[in-house]
Every structure is written in structure tokens, then in C-alpha cells.
Write a protein that binds this ligand. Structure first.
Ligand code: PAF
Length: 291
């Protein structure tokens, strides 16, 4: 497995690969890898000749009061995990290599970034779209793999690729959970023991969603039920409980019965535990609940 730190070296490597017409699978990450990332690498390994991951904690996607400095980093451990997952190249640029020349270009995907995490984290998805766009230009993958825990990110990147006619297939992959249900995230490491216990309320409330829909609740009632369920846990502070079409993230009529909705929808939530922000979601595919 190669570790490449410069854009020029990566591009040189790519030209060598492409002489043999291989397919390149790409998993962009911010490091501190966990099983969620491993599952993406394994999927890429199955589907592509060459597997590349990037490790880059992208300052553009963090707000001024967010955790850029504290974001967990452990390069040695990440490299071992990537090697064990059969990755061919780990691309680890530093901030100077990525943005040293002074970035004057910003990629902004409109509309679907104004709700959910986009509403709570202004500028976050510009940062994501800009770095992913830049990484796609460097890595030039045939397929790129993203976890559905960040479902809005998947929608944003997919929209950008469509709008800019980019030659990469976005592959959304299932959320990977701890045995007790908590969605895997590098930020879970921040949780204090009591917060970790109470954080189960996210997956627990989403597991009840199907039952509530079958009972005939409306859009507004479903949001209220989830909110009330999460609020029972004293350390939780809800940022949003959302229900939209997916991936278009369009509003749904509050009084509509969820079981009657024909489109694919997402039920998503963001909850603070102390200073740790957790997100989780369930996507319900068109008409799954029609009776
Ligand atoms: O999901 C992440 O880890 C990041 O948002 C990504 C896609 C690597 C861009 O920095």
C-alpha cells in the first residue's frame, strides 16, 4: 500500500494506472477510521481494481466554533486499518497542499443545503462540496463511496456530480451501527460514559418510526413523537427532527399521513450531548409503508 501526500505524486500514479485501463474506487474520509469506513473500503475493494482512500480533516467544512482543532486524528492507526482493508493508496495531503495557493473557488449546492444540518451549520456543505470536488479532480475515481449516516451529504454530492456532469458514480452505503444500535461516527469518541448510554435514544427512536407510521400518524405527529421520545433523555438537546422527501429534501404537508406518502422520504435527527453533535436517520423507500 502506498502513502501519497502530494497532489502531483498522486496524479503521476493515476496516469500509470490508467495505462492499464483499471477502475478506481474512492473513499474520502477525515480519518479516525471506524467500521463504517471499513465497510466502504471493502465495498470498493469488491467493485474496483484500485482502491484509494483520502485522509484529510477539511477546515472548510467546520464553523468557527466547531471542533476542527479537536477532531480526532491518528494517522498510524488509520494506515494500519486501510492496509488491512486491502486499500492500494492512502492519499494524505496537508492543508497547505490542498489549499496552500489560497482557495478563491467555492462550490455551493443550493436548496437542499438550506435544511437539516445545512441550517444548523452554515457553510458546512459548501466546505464539503468544495473539498469533494477538489478530491474528485485529483483522484478521478470511477466510483466514490459514502455512508448514509451523512444522508444529506450524499444528496449534496450526488446533486453536484449531476449538475456538473462529473464522471463519477456516487455509491451510497448503509449506515454501520455499534452492537447496541448507535450509528458509528468518529465523534462518538467524545461522548462521556453517561452521554454514550443516553445517545442510544437516536437509534431507538428511529427504530420506532416504522411502528408509528403503521399506526397511521401524520408528518407532524411523527416529528412530535420522535421529539418527545428523545426529550425524555435528560442529557439530550435536539437540534432538529426532520422529515423530508429524499434526496430532494422537499417539505411534506404536516397533516399528511406518512403511510400514504408515495415518494422516498428521510426521517432524520441531530441531537447534542454536551458538546458532541450526533446525527442519525432512516430512509423509507417509496411506498414501503403503503397498506
Ligand atoms: O464524511 C466525511 O468524512 C467528510 O465530510 C468528507 C466527505 C471526507 C469531506 O471532507
Amino acid at each position: 500500500m502506498d502513502i501519497i501526500r502530494s497532489i502531483a505524486d498522486f496524479k503521476y500514479k493515476w496516469k500509470q494506472w490508467k495505462q492499464n485501463d483499471v477502475t478506481v474506487g474512492f473513499v474520502p474520509t477525515m480519518g479516525y477510521l471506524h467500521q463504517g469506513h471499513t465497510s466502504l473500503m471493502e465495498r470498493a475493494r469488491q467493485e474496483c481494481d484500485i482502491v484509494v482512500i483520502s485522509i484529510f480533516v477539511n477546515p472548510l467544512q467546520f464553523g468557527p466554533n466547531e471542533d476542527f482543532e479537536q477532531y480526532p486524528r491518528d494517522e498510524q492507526r488509520d494506515v494500519t486499518i486501510a492496509r488491512e482493508a486491502g486499500v492500494d493508496v492512502v492519499f494524505i495531503p496537508d492543508v497547505k497542499e490542498m489549499y496552500g495557493s489560497g482557495m478563491k473557488t467555492n462550490i455551493a449546492v443550493s436548496d437542499i443545503t438550506s435544511v437539516m444540518c445545512g441550517a444548523n451549520r452554515p457553510g458546512h456543505f459548501d466546505g464539503v462540496a468544495t473539498v469533494v470536488n477538489k478530491l474528485f479532480h485529483i483522484v478521478r475515481p470511477d466510483k466514490a463511496y459514502f455512508g448514509m449516516k451523512d444522508a444529506q451529504q450524499v444528496a449534496v454530492v450526488t446533486q453536484m456530480v449531476l449538475d456538473l456532469s462529473m464522471d463519477v458514480e456516487i455509491v451510497p452505503c448503509d449506515i454501520i451501527r455499534e452492537e447496541d444500535g448507535l450509528a458509528m461516527s468518529s465523534r462518538n469518541k467524545y461522548l462521556k460514559p453517561e452521554e454514550r448510554k443516553q445517545a442510544l435514544i437516536l437509534s431507538d427512536s428511529l427504530m420506532k418510526v416504522h411502528k408509528w407510521i403503521e399506526e397511521g400518524v401524520t408528518v407532524a405527529q411523527l416529528k412530535q413523537l420522535i421529539t418527545a421520545h428523545v426529550d425524555v433523555v435528560p442529557l439530550s438537546e435536539i437540534q432538529y427532527v426532520a422529515l423530508y422527501t429524499y434526496p430532494g429534501l422537499k417539505e411534506l404537508p404536516a397533516k399528511q399521513k406518512v403511510m400514504d406518502i408515495q415518494e422516498t422520504i428521510i426521517v432524520a435527527l441531530a441531537v447534542m450531548f454536551g458538546t458532541t453533535r450526533l446525527i442519525d436517520n432512516v430512509v423509507i423507500y417509496g411506498g414501503e409503508h403503503r397498506v
